[in-house]
Design a protein around this ligand. Structure first.
Ligand code: C2E
Ligand code: MG
Ligand code: MG
Length: 703
């Protein structure tokens, strides 16, 4: 099985996963480095600030201890001098010494806002009797230390300290650390990238594998021994593709193989032909597309039970394949190619062959003829012999079709024409196309004509050779166009058969014939009427019922109706013919074998069929006319055969008096032909009957 026929659409592969992973981890590393640096700097800064506050406390306590003595002496001037020295320090914004009632004794620096802040903190320190500090809104630290003398709080010393000046003092000392962090981060980026790439490499491999499965349809299992989740995933993949492959095989089998014969089916055949045309566009090589129909196969299959039908079909398919292989060797022995012909089963009764590298129509026709000959041989199956009747249509691809549909359609068109062709083989030509169009037009016109009742029965007299009188007639269909032109059945019956219109048409003729014959009988001139039965009508299981209904509606005596069934229709399936005609025979309807001698009757079958009449085919009368050797003997044999079976004989197509005399002399019962008149309309035929009653054509006269 060719997997290219069922290819999955390619999967979209997730590209850039590695790049994204590397980018993400690098960003993570950079962020980690930045956060670490920030934490270090913040830590250092906080530590520096705490140191500054401690220094501020120490200095303020020192000031408070010294200020106590000075305050005891009440010398505020000394206090001011003490403060002057302190404001030299860069981070001192204000220093203040206050008495127990929070009144400033000496102060240096500070704004009005600073004063207010210091005053609030001084009050707190005085109230609590211990050192307190607070942070101002602009980041300055204020420390207030109570001034104690002999256990008494006599005042408070305040220092307002700018910590901002020391904020980044710690950073230079951190520089080596920061550098190391930055370097580590930089070195970690490529290392992490490589590690990430390594870590997700199996994923990439799996993605590629999935892509391959999608594109090619079938690949060897993936081998991954990572011992982790990737290995589990790979095993799941293998499991999945294995099952997918099995399902695909199953689907292809169902979709492309005929279940009974195991041959490629029609869909597969179409793909093969399309593939051939596509592949060979450049080389311009040609293939023959052959469609072969086994015309009697469907009917035969219907009569067999399903198991037997399948078994028989397999026998037919075996013969077909063997024939294709043999013919392929014989016909293409000089061919340039090694490519074999591809046989296929297209539907119930049709088989197809793609025969590559058969450029000439005559070789293709020869191929088809050999096949026909092989399939025309009777099939010996379970003690019975069956002939299936093969018919071949041939087209050449790409000449007769740029794609499989067109090439196969044209081969089928040729096959339809092959039914009437010598050797039952036809090669497609463009004129077949034109004929097909003409046939379709005719079919369309016929539908309208049927509705407008333009198909009428004409009646050709049959002379009873014993009485010399018109005692019977054959109803023959005529298409009377509105412009009064008359079209004969040779043109429309085949189209009616093909399109299925024959049923309605024949019913109309049958009704008219029965009604007319009944009216002649009522007028005192009972005349037998023969009506032709088409192959399609005969296929219907309701055929006998329909006929009997028409006969009874018309009020015709059943023995005045004769049904003409051609020998080939009867011989297609003699057992079925017997089944169908039995109720008619039982009702009294007469049955005639039409065109006797041109089918392939088996005498054994004929003796079993209850027919009343044999109509000798016109070809024997024509042979008599031409004086062909043995023609007379053949007619005599037919007459003798009929006599043995107690059947009447009608000689049709009699145009010459001597032929009529020949028939009469040998015991033929009925004569029909232009010698007595062609088919005429019902009123004209009634007139013939009336005239006959007026002036009898005597038996002696006729003889
Ligand atoms: P068939 O049943 O064998 O009819 C005899 C054909 O021979 C008729 O052709 C008839 O006109 C023609 N014929 C009669 N006498 C002579 C003669 O002396 N010389 C020559 N050369 N021909 C003669 P027609 O009417 O063209 O019918 C042709 C065929 O069409 C019939 O052959 C019959 O098979 C079929 N057919 C005619 N009417 C119907 C119908 O209503 N239903 C069906 N199913 N088939 C019909
Ligand atoms: Mg006939
Ligand atoms: Mg005939």
């Amino acid at each position: 099985m060719n997997l290219r026929l069922l290819k999955l659409p390619p999967l979209a592969r997730p590209r850039g996963l590695q790049a994204r992973a590397v980018l993400f981890t690098s960003a993570l590393m950079a962020l980690t480095a930045a956060v670490s640096a920030a934490i270090l700097i913040f830590g250092a800064q906080t530590k520096g600030e705490r140191q500054q506050i401690t220094i501020a406390h120490d200095l303020t306590e020192y000031l408070a201890s010294r200020a106590g003595d000075v305050m005891a002496h009440g010398n505020t001037r000394v206090l001011e001098m003490m403060l002057q020295g302190s404001t030299q320090q860069p981070n001192v914004r204000a220093i203040s010494i206050r008495d127990a009632s929070n009144t400033v004794l000496a102060q240096t620096g500070g704004t009005a806002t600073d004063d207010a802040v210091m005053s609030r903190l001084a009050a707190r320190a005085l109230a609590e009797g211990q050192a307190v500090d607070s942070r101002g809104r602009d980041g300055a630290v204020i420390v207030a230390v109570p001034i104690v003398r002999q256990g008494q709080v006599i005042g408070v010393a305040l220092r307002m300290w700018e910590t901002g000046a020391y904020k980044f003092d710690a950073i230079p000392s951190l520089a080596p650390f920061l550098l190391i962090v930055a370097c580590l981060a930089l070195a970690a980026i490529p290392l992490t990238a490589t590690a990430v790439r390594r870590a997700i490499a199996p994923l990439d491999e799996l993605a590629r594998y999935a892509e391959q499965v999608g594109e090619v349809g079938q690949v060897a299992p993936i081998n991954m021994r990572t011992g982790d989740e990737f290995e589990t995933l790979a095993n799941a993949f293998n499991n999945m593709t294995g099952r997918l492959d099995a399902s695909m095989r199953q689907i292809q089998e169902i979709a492309f193989v005929d279940p009974v014969t195991r041959l490629p089916n029609q869909d597969r055949f179409i793909r093969e032909v399309d593939y051939f045309i596509l592949q060979n566009q450049a080389e311009q090589s040609t293939a023959a597309i052959i469609v072969i129909e086994l015309t009697r196969l469907p009917r035969l299959m219907q009569t067999l039970d399903p198991d037997a039908a399948r078994d028989f079909l397999r026998v037919v398919a075996d013969r077909f394949v063997t024939a294709v292989r043999t013919v392929d060797r014989v016909v293409r022995v000089k061919g340039p190619s090694e490519r074999q012909a591809v046989p296929a089963r297209l539907n119930v009764s049709e088989f197809g062959i793609l025969a590559p590298d058969l450029p000439s129509a005559s070789d293709a026709a020869r191929f088809a003829q050999h096949l026909n000959a092989a399939l025309d041989q009777p099939f010996d199956w379970r003690g019975h012999k069956f002939t299936l009747g093969a018919c071949c249509g041939v087209s050449l691809a790409p000449r007769d079709g740029q794609d499989a549909d067109a090439a196969i359609r044209h081969a089928r068109m040729a096959m339809a024409a092959a039914h009437a062709a010598p050797a039952r083989v036809k090669v497609y030509t463009q004129s077949l196309d034109r004929e097909a169009v003409a046939r379709l037009t005719l079919e369309r016109e016929m539908r309208g004509a049927l509705e407008r009742n333009e198909f009428r029965a004409y009646f050709q007299p049959k002379i009873n050779l014993r009485t010399g009188r018109i005692e019977a007639c054959e109803a023959l269909a005529r298409w009377i166009r509105p412009d009064r032109t008359i079209i004969s059945p040779g043109r429309f019956i085949p189209v009616a058969e093909e399109s299925g219109l024959i049923g309605a048409l024949s019913d109309a003729i049958m009704r008219e014939a029965c009604w007319k014959a009944a009216s002649w009988a009522r007028a005192g001139r009972p005349t037998k009427v023969a009506v032709n039965v088409s192959a399609l009508q005969f296929r219907s299981d309701r055929f006998a019922d329909n006929v009997l209904r028409v006969v009874s509606h018309a009020g015709l005596a059943p023995e005045n109706l004769e049904l003409e069934i051609t020998e080939s229709v009867i011989m297609a399936d003699p057992e079925r013919a017997l089944r169908i005609i039995k109720p008619l025979r039982d009702a009294g309807v007469r049955l005639a074998i039409d065109d006797f001698g041109c089918g392939h009757s088996s005498l054994a079958s004929l003796t079993k069929l209850p027919f009343d009449v044999i109509k000798i085919d016109q070809q024997f009368v024509r042979a008599l006319e031409r004086g062909e050797p043995r023609s007379a003997e053949i007619v005599e044999i037919i007459l003798a055969f009929a006599r043995t079976l107690n059947m009447e004989v009608v000689a049709e197509g009699i145009e010459r008096r001597e032929d009529m005399e020949f028939m009469a002399a040998r015991g033929c019962h009925w004569i029909q032909g232009f010698l007595f008149g062609a088919a005429v309309s019902a009123p004209e035929f009634a007139e013939l009957l009336r005239r006959q009653d007026g002036e009898d054509v005597g038996a002696e006269d006729a003889a």
